[in-house]
Design a protein around this ligand. Structure first.
Ligand code: ATP
Length: 516
């Protein structure tokens, strides 16, 4: 699954007819490149000469030493000769240092020139289709030369891209394939309003969890009749209450480049009810205002921002010929509902689905609706429609509490045209991005739920406990992973099992007493 793009014929390989317009541009760049290479070669030559000279003089000195050893012992130089020798040695040292810094500078200039050339080549190649028709016809010999030079440039460009991809994904891996970030939301007015029946026992109000630094939080744990205990927890990253949606997304953004590079990515928001999972993942009130990535919304959550970024990356590389489709499901009361399913009148309606195991052992949801999308706005319009169907319920803790786990799956596939030309020889599915807004864990005593809502709470808590068990079993490398203990883990089995791919969990803690 990893690095599927690597070693494949890259997108520029298919540009063959648009090369003739590159002549003056490319020639100039090619000349600069050749100049820089020549300069580098000269430098290497001079370095070799200096090395040779040093070797030779070393040999001569050894010879003199041998000869002197046969005769009488060397007389110590007088003070005048010694200071002269010291001066010569100092001058030589300075010369060597100057030569070293000069060659270093030249090497750096060479590297910069190479990068400039390559980026200009890439721009030129990308602009090629636009100016092709404006050019006069070219002779066959010239065309052949240009073709070869374009091929070389294309190969170099592809090499650079492969290197970029390798470096990017190595960096992402170095930061960890499973990452847990923690966000503390600010204390909000409703935190006091919605104090549940159990909260009168809590002597503390206001913030009880604090960001100590950007990796540590401190939680004040208080129980009536017990002394206050402070506990600290560390995460890969901690966001304080004042940190923006943009700051959270900045850490997620590199994963989307990995998704486009063929890696599976799963981003989950986990936390207790009202702690800000939906706010972080979607933004405020996304079902009413879909917070389309084109709008001027500063509060956009991870999902609309990710949609914008995925399509921005695709637009940056038009020759990739990729297709994007999306499915939206909710896991509610241990059942899976397709939130993009349409009834007979093509109206979106909730439809129950089952998880099946395919002959290759993969998990699939039978009859799941997958809508093809061509822009972030299209994607978010579908998500907003699906969200209107998502199960919600007011509780004493949170007036707009989600009662289901929401899973948005964005699948990247090779376009049918590139499949038929054999450009993508393997399975057409390249990678999957799963964006999960889990239902919040809650204490029924505090949230004050009764009747069917109490059953929902119990099923939510059980499925979250099952998820914790699966993650625990995976991290401990246990032989048996209990995926089947809940529909949520069964449904997410492929994403969870693919532990080698990149996961980032955003754990959210409420910045007040319930969250502690
Ligand atoms: N960082 C934040 N800044 C400002 N307001 C926030 C922040 N995080 C959450 N909120 C607000 O807090 C409230 C609860 O947030 P949200 O609905 O995201 O919680 P949740 O964890 O998804 O809850 P549940 O699990 O019950 O659905 C919302 O009104 C939301 O706008």
């Amino acid at each position: 699954m990893r690095c599927w793009f690597r070693g494949r014929k890259g997108p520029l390989g298919s540009i063959t007819d648009d090369r003739f317009c590159l002549d003056p541009w490319l020639q100039a760049k090619e000349e600069r490149l050749v100049e820089a290479e020549t300069e580098n070669a000269v430098l290497h030559l001079r370095l070799a000469q200096y090395r040779e000279m040093i070797k030779k003089s070393g040999g001569e000195a050894a010879q003199v030493r041998v000869q002197c050893g046969d005769q009488k012992p060397l007389q110590r130089p007088g003070p005048l000769a010694a200071s002269r020798l010291r001066l010569v040695a100092q001058r030589l040292k300075r010369d060597v240092e100057a030569l070293h810094s000069w060659s270093l500078g030249l090497f750096q200039r060479y590297q910069h020139a190479q990068w400039d050339c390559l980026s200009e080549i890439v721009t030129a190649v990308q602009r090629a289709p636009l100016c092709h028709e404006a050019l006069p016809p070219t002779g066959p010999l010239e065309a052949g030369c240009l073709e070869r030079s374009l091929q070389e440039m294309t190969e170099r460009y592809q090499q650079e891209r492969r290197e970029r991809r390798r470096l990017h994904n190595t960096l992402v891996e170095l930061r960890g394939n499973i990452r847990v970030h923690c966000r503390l939301r600010p204390v909000l007015p409703f935190d006091d309003e919605f104090r549940g029946p159990g909260s009168q026992n809590s002597p503390v109000s206001g913030a009880v969890a604090h960001a100590v630094d950007d990796e540590t939080i401190l939680v004040e744990c208080s129980r009536p009749g017990h002394p206050l205990i402070n506990k600290t927890y560390t995460f890969e990253r901690v966001y304080g209450p004042a940190e923006s949606q943009r700051a959270v997304f900045e850490d997620v953004c590199p994963l989307l480049t990995s998704f486009l590079d063929g890696y599976n990515v799963c981003i989950m928001a986990y936390g207790q009810t009202g702690s800000g999972k939906s706010f972080t993942m979607l933004g405020p009130r996304p079902e009413r205002d879909p917070a389309l990535p084109s709008g001027p919304h500063g509060h956009l959550g991870i999902i609309p921002r990710a949609a914008g970024e995925v399509f921005r990356l695709i637009a940056e590389n038009p020759s990739w010929r990729l297709e994007v489709d999306v499915s939206v499901v909710e896991v509610y009361n241990n059942d899976i509902f397709d939130l993009l399913a349409k009834d007979g009148c093509a109206v979106v309606s909730r439809a129950k689905r089952q998880v099946l195991t395919t002959t290759e052992g993969k998990k699939e949801v039978s009859g799941l609706t997958r809508e093809s999308v061509h822009s972030a706005v299209e994607l978010m319009t579908l998500v907003a429609a699906a969200l209107r169907l998502r199960a919600k319920q007011a509780t004493a803790v949170h007036a707009d509490s989600s009662r289901s786990h929401l899973v948005i799956t964005v699948t990247l596939t090779a376009a049918a045209s590139s499949r038929s030309t054999g450009e993508w020889p393997r399975c057409p599915v390249l990678s999957k991005l799963q964006l999960v807004d889990l239902a919040g864990s809650e204490c029924a005593g505090v949230s004050g739920v009764t009747g069917s809502a109490l059953r929902e709470t119990s099923l939510i808590n059980r499925s979250l406990a099952a998820l914790a068990d699966v993650l625990g079993a995976l991290s401990e490398g246990r032989g048996h992973i209990p995926y089947r203990n809940s529909t949520l883990t069964h449904f997410l089995q492929d994403a969870l099992a693919y532990i080698g791919s990149t996961h980032l969990g955003v754990e959210l803690l409420e910045d007040e007493e319930h969250g502690a």
